[in-house]
Design a binder for this molecule. Structure first.
Ligand code: ZN
Length: 241
């Protein structure tokens, strides 16, 4: 942990990359986890773009308690410290796989959400836009929202399985990763693309990699150091940085 903090302290262009482990600290269960409370859900179906466009009700009726309650969640120490360090000029960017909007809620400004977020929704027929708040109200009443203008399916700004990642977000993430002299991976097991390849861009650009994740990752061997305990690392960051 000392080594990690030392590397961060001396980095000129550090970026963080966050995954589900960071959301967990805010009480958001990893819905893919083995002990998840969403075991009854078919995750492959709920986020499948083809099933969704055919019939959005499976998504809307089942996401009430893990997507459309996200406004009740609060940023964790990791979200708060990332925002504080960015404001202090000690963090360039936050690249995240999470869709929970908590980095923005904590006050981070340069946030790249690789998988989008439910903050905005768009009618797939006419392009009308709907806010998270409006959609959430519908879903809380067990309604499947439909476009008020044309009756079309309304899709959240989350990247579904079967969809391409947003090219702008991906390009920004690649640029930040390539320019970083330190990439700090937080709570990601680095198995899903592009999570697995972004740290390689940092290494290729001559930067270092550090990993904080409870479980092993495929890139551990390339990291300058790794730690297990996210909360413990950030308790020290909050105290010492
Ligand atoms: Zn419409």
């Amino acid at each position: 942990m000392d080594e990690l903090l030392e590397l961060w302290r001396h980095a000129q262009r550090p970026v963080v990359f966050t995954g589900a482990g960071v959301s967990t600290l805010s009480g958001i269960p990893d819905f893919r986890g083995q002990d998840g409370i969403y075991k009854h859900l078919d995750v492959d179906r709920i986020f499948d773009i083809h099933s969704f466009l055919q019939d959005p009700s499976y998504y809307y009726l089942n996401s009430r308690d893990f997507i459309y309650n996200l406004h009740e969640r609060e940023p964790s120490i990791v979200h708060r410290e990332c925002a504080r360090l960015e404001a202090a000029g000690r963090l360039r960017a936050v690249i995240t796989q999470n869709i929970d909007m908590l980095h923005r809620k904590a006050g981070s400004r340069n946030v790249i959400e690789l998988h989008g977020s439910p903050l905005e929704h768009v009618c797939v027929e006419c392009g009308a836009e709907y806010s998270y708040t409006w959609i959430s109200e519908q879903v809380q009443q067990d309604r499947v929202p439909r476009c008020t203008a044309c009756g079309g399916v309304i899709k959240p700004g989350i990247v579904f399985f079967g969809e391409m990642l947003d090219e702008t977000a991906l390009g920004r993430a690649a640029a930040e990763a390539g320019a970083a002299d330190l990439m700090i991976v937080l709570g990601s097991s680095l198995v899903v693309q592009p999570a697995a390849s972004l740290p390689l861009l940092t290494l290729r650009g001559g930067g270092r990699l550090v990993i904080v994740n409870a479980d092993r990752t495929p890139l551990d061997g390339l990291a300058a150091c790794r730690c297990d305990d996210l909360a413990a690392v950030f308790a020290r960051v909050a105290k010492e940085f």
